[in-house]
Design a protein around this ligand. Sequence first.
Ligand code: SF4
Ligand code: SF4
Length: 297
Amino acid sequence: MNDDADNIPYQSPVMPVLYEGDHRFTFRCYRGISCWNACCSNIDITLTPYDILRLKGRLGIAAAQFLKEYTVPFEMEKDGLAGVKFRPVEEGTACRFMTAEGCSVYEDRPTACRYYPVGHLSIRHENEFEDRANYALVSEPHCRGHEQPDEQSIDEYRHSQGLEPFDLHSRGWRQLILKKKSSGPTVGKPSLRSRQFFFMACYDLDTFRAFVNSSAFGDSFQLSEEEYDRINGDEVELLEFAYRLLKQVMFGEMSVPLKEGARESWEQKKREELRAQEQAQPFVPRPYDPALEPFER
Ligand code: SF4
Ligand code: SF4
């Protein structure tokens, strides 16, 4: 099972045709099919921030522990931003959640697993302001589901797989990646600190919550009590706030009010950073260091 959110790997089983959600195809996966679990035996699955939120909740562990035990970080193509993939079983390629009966985390399985055999691509076309979803079909020889006569549209399939909240709450993350890819050299490679901040805010939500409630954040950003209550009381709200703050930190889209004096200090740090030219520094994804300040891009 392969997932690529932003590029069609044409050498792969992903068919190089883009579809809208009303495209119809035939497919059915069911327990008892001859290829049962074949897709989960050889995984390459990129996790979205919302996938991590759901899985860590399912397992009842903190995000940092989930990242350490179940994932490996990687650098997403060319843009310098960190992604996270499932870590397969020791000395193997199978998913850790695969059982003979099927997926042991089925209700909280990740986006890529839900979409398969459909590939989801976030694309912003020239002259369009908003990104929109396009889809591709994945046809791998081991998957017999394509031989089943059950017909549905891609949108119907998405609904049957419960994808609506997964798409909704990963959209901010996809937009950040797309914006970084399309902004090219005018923005440049984000600094090491910004990349660490991106990693923490997207994937390590418990540490991000601690950061938002820290004096380092409170000294710079102006949030109302109501907003603190909202993001402290609901992890999905916290994640959406993380996307909003990242747009500000990475691209200067000012949507979280800064306290008096903080903006000047932020811009000064940005100028210093540009002078320091960290671009040559090799990227090593690692947990966020709260001693570092994120107010730069
Ligand atoms: S999470 Fe579940 S569906 Fe996804 S690869 Fe693992 S076992 Fe398969
Ligand atoms: S039909 Fe495809 S998706 Fe279903 S178990 Fe077989 S390989 Fe996996």
